[in-house]
Design a protein around this ligand. Structure first.
Ligand SMILES: C[S@@+](CC[C@H](N)C(=O)[O-])C[C@H]1O[C@@H](n2cnc3c(N)ncnc32)[C@H](O)[C@@H]1O
Length: 345
């Protein structure tokens, strides 16, 4: 069996509570099929729209896969003639202005929070990101800047030393890991995710950091405890391996745009393994819950106050704010919060 098949088989054999909820089940089959045949060197080019659902979204424009070719052609022409090169957006904005403002916003957030500066790192261009630009001789994407801004929010309080252990559930693309690990090369990071997402995340991070910095999910698949965890590396695990964290002490638990897409009992189960084991919890989620209808979306939306309640009285809310990308508020339609809780007992 190859690596991806092994992950999928282990996931299918896992208890029901580790199976995706309704929101993610609806993508499962398509993601599995696309990951199997994807050309990873084009991962971020827009060729695989389904990958944007879990973070490989380095597109300047929203990509409509089923658009008739003539509409696509007209859109491309309009973009070339009026958007890329001319100041046709409100306030005479050009794409370059938006990027410059996003970079400046990131720089300022970095200074305010005492973060390592954005100018000290650059984004990987593996997977041909459609949205790649250069500032001060370094490569960036809007996503890279936005994940930097998330780190700045956390850094306001956490003040990372650089040798911490971070657990991320639902890492998606792995872009947050990329930003953190580039800024702090000695961090130990454990990523947990559904099998296909995890596989792609691993392939991406392997390309960014080299396989010597990665402990593969294939190697970890039969692990029964974390006693031999290699410090300073990125470790990948299937989400069903979360019970490995029982009694494992670490610094930060990180979950972004992920818990909100699960059901409350699934979230409560994950939290039961990390609660009391970590000093900080960072969440970035839909403030009023993700979309839900009788047929689709989540069955029961989770609201901001639900997280606060689930975390219990041993975690004190250090800060909560609307979540921002580098260039805009996250999701103008629904509204996302980002928040940090500190363990107080
Ligand atoms: C919208 S993506 C967000 C990815 C990344 N955190 C980000 O901010 O871009 C949601 C992530 O949650 C993961 N996820 C969804 N349901 C899950 C579950 N039941 N268990 C573990 N991970 C899950 C998905 O696989 C995906 O990686």
């Amino acid at each position: 069996m190859n690596h991806l098949d092994k992950l999928n088989a282990a996931y299918r054999n896992a208890p029901e509570i580790f199976q995706a909820g309704r929101y993610w089940k609806s993508y499962e089959e398509q993601i599995i099929n696309e990951v199997k045949q994807a050309d990873l060197s084009e991962l971020r080019s827009g060729k695989y729209p389904i990958f944007t659902t879990f973070g490989f979204n380095d597109l300047v424009y929203y990509y409509h896969p089923r658009m008739p070719f003539y509409i696509k052609f007209i859109r491309q022409l309009v973009r070339k003639l009026f958007i890329d090169n001319r100041a046709s957006l409100p306030y005479s904005l050009r794409l370059a202005d938006i990027r410059e403002m996003a970079y400046k916003h990131s720089t300022i957030q970095g200074k305010l929070s005492g973060a390592s500066p954005i100018s000290s790192v650059e984004a990987s261009d593996f997977g041909k990101p459609q949205d790649l630009f250069v500032v001060g001789g370094k490569k960036y994407t809007m996503k890279f800047l936005s994940f930097y801004v998330r780190y700045c929010f956390a850094q306001n309080h956490i003040k990372l030393r650089g040798d911490e252990t971070i657990v991320e559930l639902g890492s998606g693309s792995g872009f947050q890991v990329e930003v953190l690990k580039k800024l702090y090369p000695k961090l130990t990071i454990l990523c947990f995710d559904l099998p296909s997402q995890l596989y792609l995340c691993e392939k991406y991070l392997e390309n960014v950091f080299g396989s010597e910095k990665i402990v593969s999910s294939e190697q970890n698949i039969d692990l029964s405890d974390l006693s031999k965890l290699e410090k300073g590396k990125i470790h990948l695990f299937g989400n069903w391996q979360f019970p490995l964290l029982k009694d494992f002490k670490f610094d930060i638990f990180w979950n972004a745009a992920s818990f909100g897409e699960m059901e409350p009992d699934i979230v409560a189960n994950y939290l039961s393994y990390v609660k009391e084991n970590c000093s900080w919890i960072y969440l970035m989620q839909a403030r009023n819950g993700k979309e839900s209808s009788p047929e689709a979306g989540v069955v029961k939306p989770i609201l901001f106050q639900d997280y606060n309640q689930m975390l219990g009285s041993n975690y004190l809310l250090a800060e909560e704010d609307d979540a921002y990308d580098a260039h805009r508020r996250v999701s103008q339609t629904g509204g996302y919060f980002q928040a940090l809780w500190q363990h107080i007992k």
